[in-house]
Design a protein around this ligand. Structure first.
Ligand SMILES: [Zn+2]
Length: 416
């Protein structure tokens, strides 16, 4: 048996049930979160920061240490200190790890992360066959050997599966992924059966919004009002209000693929599956950029990694193309800011991850298009995870659950 996360994944951010077990969970989560943000940290500081009593923090730290989530970090002193030794506590990054599987349109990314969200191992493989059954079979096999190879005595808490499109985490099902042509795929059940570990499935945008809250940069950490926008081959969004990620009925929230963005100076308005032209996804998706580069004779072999490589090599056509994309993304961002008015909007996009100055284009477009946005440069920030966005999306699903409800972890033997 492995460590178990027992309760369903939905609606765990809010502290709305504060009686009995709910209060214990909230207290443990607050202590653990404070240690993540400030560790190594003295228990007395944790008490001050959380407003809990010293006794409560001490009791909670002991329980979290028994679960292998925190550990004492003795500080070396030049000479023995007078009185009780000061032993700070920190997150235990050596006992457990979390796994992640990100399923993109053309490839799968496997990741293992420690409890501070640091990537321990990552592996990307193209799909042999994009059909759901083939992808889940292959990925189950690969994750099993990936865990055997890289856990090094750490116990896996579970595996998160992140992908685009409409995901129902409550049922562990990919309801609809248009580009992969998947419908009602029970990814959680299939992979739990194969791996013998708890598996959680979530939209990559919602997973990334929570990752930003938990392990993001100082711009995004602990934000309670946020929109996370993911722009890849799929575009989608996650909306955070009052600290909670919005799901909506059957978790269908966040589909921004049909926001009207029109066309760029050279990029044509994409023809969308919905019958219209100029929809956000159809116009700015990776495939749209590849098609344009091929049609315009800029790129002989039409593959997105080649378009990215051209950007990294500062080829003028590629820089211009991503600048145009940033402008079009800016139009969708302006609409989202006007409708939702979040404190902060995070953009995960491959061009900006490689050339941060492309964000200036996006800011300029928002300044032109939005009606009520505050200073775009303060409101719109890039993803904290750069080119590792996909792996972090998947790995952070179980990480988030461990931090939200740490007492529901159950000790398990090490994987050998
Ligand atoms: Zn459309």
């Amino acid at each position: 048996m492995h460590a178990l996360l027992r309760a369903p994944v939905e609606h765990i951010e809010g502290g709305d049930q504060l009686a009995g077990d709910g209060r214990r969970t909230a207290t443990a989560a607050a202590v653990l979160r404070t240690i993540l943000d400030h560790g190594p940290v003295a228990r007395s500081t944790v008490a001050r920061l959380t407003g809990l009593s010293a006794a409560a923090v001490s009791r909670q730290s002991t329980e979290l240490a028994e679960l292998g989530l925190v550990r004492e970090r003795p500080v070396r002193r030049p000479r023995p200190a007078i009185g009780r030794p000061h032993v700070p506590v920190d997150i235990d990054t050596r006992s457990h790890l979390v796994g992640g599987i990100h399923i993109a349109v053309r490839h799968t990314t496997l990741v293992l992360m420690d409890l501070r969200g640091r990537v321990l191992a990552e592996q990307r493989t193209p799909h042999r066959d994009p059909a759901a059954a083939a992808v889940l079979t292959d990925v189950g096999e690969r994750m099993a050997s990936f865990l055997d190879e890289h856990t090094c005595g750490r116990r896996p808490l579970g595996v998160g599966v992140a992908t685009g499109g409409w995901i129902d985490p409550g049922r562990g099902v990919v309801v609809r992924h248009t580009q992969l042509d998947w419908r009602d795929v029970p990814a959680q059940a299939v992979l739990e059966d194969r791996l013998g570990l708890p598996v959680r499935v979530e939209s990559h945008s919602r997973a990334l919004a929570r990752a930003e809250q938990l392990i993001g940069s100082h711009h995004t950490r602990a934000r309670t009002s946020m929109v996370h926008l993911f722009v890849g081959n799929v575009v989608d969004a996650a909306i955070v209000t009052g600290g909670t990620v919005h799901h909506g009925p059957r978790s269908a929230a966040g589909d921004v693929s049909h926001l009207p963005v029109g066309a760029g100076p050279t990029l044509p308005a994409g023809v969308c599956r919905c019958g219209r032209t100029g929809c956000f996804q159809a116009t700015v998706a990776e495939q749209a950029l590849v098609d344009h580069a091929a049609t315009a004779g800029l790129l002989a072999e039409a593959r997105f990694p080649d378009v990215l490589a051209a950007l990294e090599a500062d080829e003028p056509w590629a820089v211009a193309l991503f600048r145009e994309r940033a402008r079009l993304v800016g139009r969708a961002v302006a609409l989202l800011l006007d409708v939702i008015n979040p404190e902060i909007l995070v953009v995960a996009e491959a061009g900006i991850a490689r050339r941060p100055e492309l964000l200036d284009e996006l800011h300029a477009e928002v300044a032109d298009s939005a009606h009520m946005a505050a200073d775009p440069r303060r409101t719109i920030v890039p993803s904290s995870f750069g080119t590792r966005t996909l792996g972090v999306a998947a790995g952070s699903i179980v990480l988030h659950e461990a931090y939200a409800r740490p007492l529901e972890l159950r000790p398990s033997p090490a994987r050998t």
